[in-house]
Unconditional design. Structure first.
Length: 164
């Protein structure tokens, strides 16, 4: 039997963790948090790449990318966020395009979400697994941008203002 595609394999890892009460083989919160810290480092390059692609092709280089690095939230969880803002989005008072990796204090293991798209499993332990998320990041960003246009209108997308 052939190996499943990356998103299916990642979902199996996620469900296996739920079944076994582990995350990357760990059962204790401090060890799981250490794995999440490594995960956020591994996600940095593909998250930046995906957001930069949207900035280049749809926002025509008008966007500003901001990454938080690993942070603690006020409830005892941790997160890392990559956000892309641009003038039309700011003027329209819409949320930025975002990839938000979070390990909430009360959660068994980490998740990933966008600005309007919620809760993807996040079981990334190797550089290869992080790289496999690039298509998922692109999909989350595309869905978020679609949802933001739906909330406002097409005018928030600079590429639609030009004759391409």
């Amino acid at each position: 039997m052939t190996a499943p595609p990356a998103p299916i394999e990642a979902l199996v890892r996620h469900f296996t963790d739920l079944r076994d009460g582990t995350h990357a083989g760990h059962t204790e919160r401090p060890a799981k948090e250490a794995v999440f810290a490594t995960t956020t480092d591994l996600l940095d390059a593909p998250a930046r790449q995906a957001l930069t692609e949207y900035d280049t092709h749809l926002l025509l280089g008008t966007g500003t990318l901001h990454a938080t690095g690993l942070r603690r939230d006020r409830h005892g969880g941790s997160y890392a966020t990559w956000r892309l803002t641009w003038p039309e989005q700011v003027r329209a008072d819409l949320p930025a395009l975002a990839l938000h990796a979070h390990y909430d204090a009360g959660f068994h293991h980490p998740h990933l979400r966008g600005a309007t798209v919620a809760e993807w499993p996040l079981n990334v332990f190797t550089p290869a697994q992080a790289a496999e998320l690039l298509p998922t990041f692109r999909t989350i960003i595309a869905a978020d941008l679609h949802n933001l246009v739906f909330q406002r209108d097409w005018r928030i997308v600079p590429a639609l203002h030009s004759n391409r």
